[in-house]
Design a protein around this ligand. Structure first.
Ligand code: SAM
Ligand code: SF4
Length: 324
């Protein structure tokens, strides 16, 4: 469906849990986390029902995220159910990769189309410092398993900060020899995102061009999202930039988010949207849910205001509660 600014909303990101097996510094605090009670989290049946209704409104691409989606039991069944939903063309997963190698065969069998794996450094000590867990070996196993899976679209997501400057070139170099897109996602001032130093797209690109030569722009696929992709001489894969702060892309935003607690969130930065779990809990029928979803999507805000001063309805959740 179209929102109030004529943007066609075709992409739903579904957070299945706020739990995670890492503690990335820009995403979650080390301690003092209040977990959402299990009773407040959408069941898989409820997620499937909402995905079916969203598909009726024009959503055709679903991404499962978290927290860490692979820590929630039974995710394979959810993937299978979403894949079987009429109108949904692709189901993909954003994961830190720690549990991926062991779960990938079943996920592939259920129809998973793509994996975005988050990885900010190839240095084990730095990984442990950035994520507060010594899990680089298992993450790399997950990456290798994904790259070996025939037909699976694999992307690597890195958030450049002052802490991993020296890793940007080695990470991008993975796209030189592998059929992989390595994307640099600008740190956003959500949750703990303000506690690290942002490196902009221009800063990262200039480092990469010094190492690999002049960037060659790649054609963009509108359904693939806001990533601006380039390649470098001799590269097999691509390097992408998702730069919400320095190169705002809100005019072409095609996504909404469903939090683990059932809030349909229409812009990353604001708390705008509708509490679908509250409606589900009061026994709302499909027509009432559809009406609430359509109304919220229709009123999707024009743009975020990252970089500006705080506003009354700014998001107060941390990224693990939203799904990125
Ligand atoms: N746990 C999974 C993972 O890390 O891929 C999925 C959830 S995580 C919240 C989704 C993405 O959000 C990750 O790629 C992470 O790096 C990114 N992220 C978290 N906080 C961020 C921030 N403040 N700015 C930009 N990206 C952020
Ligand atoms: Fe967990 Fe992903 Fe947040 Fe890291 S970015 S703490 S892996 S939810």
């Amino acid at each position: 469906m179209l929102d109030q600014f004529g943007r066609s909303i075709r992409y739903l990101r579904v957070s299945v849990t706020d739990r995670c097996n890492l503690r990335c510094r820009y995403c979650m605090p080390e301690e003092g986390i209040t977990w959402v009670d299990h009773s407040a989290i959408l069941s898989y049946e409820q997620i499937l029902r909402l995905v079916r209704l969203a598909a009726g409104l024009g959503v055709e691409k679903v991404r499962l995220t978290g927290g860490e989606p692979l820590v929630r039991k039974g995710l394979v069944g959810l993937v299978r159910g979403i894949k079987a939903t009429g109108g949904i063309r692709t189901v993909s997963l954003t994961t830190n990769g720690v549990l991926l190698a062991e779960q990938l065969p079943a996920l592939l069998e259920a129809g998973l189309d793509g994996v975005n794996l988050s990885l900010d450094t190839l240095d084990r000590d730095q990984f442990a410092a950035l994520t507060r867990r010594d899990e680089l070996p298992r993450t790399l196993e997950g990456l290798e398993a994904a790259l070996a899976a025939p037909g699976l679209t694999v992307k690597l997501n890195c958030v450049p900060s002052g802490d991993n400057d020296a890793q940007l070139v080695p990470l991008a170099a993975l796209a030189r020899d592998r059929d992989l897109t390595v994307r640099f996602i600008e740190l956003m001032p959500i949750g703990l995102g303000d506690t690290l130093t942002r490196r902009t797209e221009d800063e990262v690109l200039s480092r990469l061009e010094k190492a690999f030569g002049p960037a060659i722009p790649c054609p963009s696929d509108p359904l693939a999202g806001p990533s601006r992709n380039v390649t470098f001489p001799g590269f097999r894969g691509q390097v992408g930039f998702i730069s919400a702060v320095s190169h705002q892309f809100c005019q072409s935003c095609n996504r909404v988010r469903l939090t683990a607690t059932g809030f349909l969130k229409t812009c990353l930065q604001y708390d705008h949207g509708v509490d679908l779990k509250a409606l589900l809990d009061t026994g709302a029928d499909d027509a009432a849910l559809l009406e609430a979803m359509a109304e919220a999507i229709g009123r999707k805000p024009a743009s975020h205001h990252f970089g500006g001063s705080r506003q009354a309805r700014d998001e107060g959740r941390n990224m693990n509660q939203i799904g990125g």
